[in-house]
Design a protein around this ligand. Sequence first.
Ligand SMILES: CC(C)(COP(=O)(O)OP(=O)(O)OC[C@H]1O[C@@H](n2cnc3c(N)ncnc32)[C@H](O)[C@@H]1OP(=O)(O)O)[C@@H](O)C(=O)NCCC(=O)NCCS
Length: 141
Amino acid sequence: MSGPVRPAAEGDLPFLSAMERAFFPDGAAEDTLRRMFADGRHVFFVADRGYAWYEFVLDEGYIGNIAVEAEARRQGLGRALTETMIADARDRGLAFLTLEVRQSNAPARALYESCGFAVVGTRRGYYEKPREDALLMTFYF
Ligand SMILES: CC(C)(COP(=O)(O)OP(=O)(O)OC[C@H]1O[C@@H](n2cnc3c(N)ncnc32)[C@H](O)[C@@H]1OP(=O)(O)O)[C@@H](O)C(=O)NCCC(=O)NCCS
């Protein structure tokens, strides 16, 4: 199993940065993550084989990234990370949590849908390399 989900500590920043860069073409470097970690608006969670983070502004929540190592998928870790973010956002009194996802990213879309997110819009040509539309998915509290 992938171990429990916990709030990230400063010592997790190298792992977080490695995951960002492994899974996302514009993944955040460690110094960028360090600033985000310290600014009080970004919330990071980690497990042994995955991580997730979101940002909040007033009562609005924006999921940044979530990823689980390829060999550890389909064991419930993505769901645990997503549900942990939802619980944290609820505790903070946020009105919603929202995110963008590639139209072709079936696993992520299925994960979010199963956690209660609904498609609320499309951003045409939002992604590059390759260019693709984003679906906007939102969880309302
Ligand atoms: C999306 C991602 C985080 C899911 O992580 P995971 O640990 O495999 O997800 P879980 O095991 O918790 O799956 C939860 C539910 O999501 C859905 N799901 C996950 N992977 C799926 C797949 N390959 N196909 C269809 N449904 C899938 C299922 O409904 C699943 O529930 P089930 O296993 O009971 O059927 C993982 O695939 C990943 O890291 N992808 C690469 C990075 C990425 O695309 N991140 C999202 C950016 S927006």
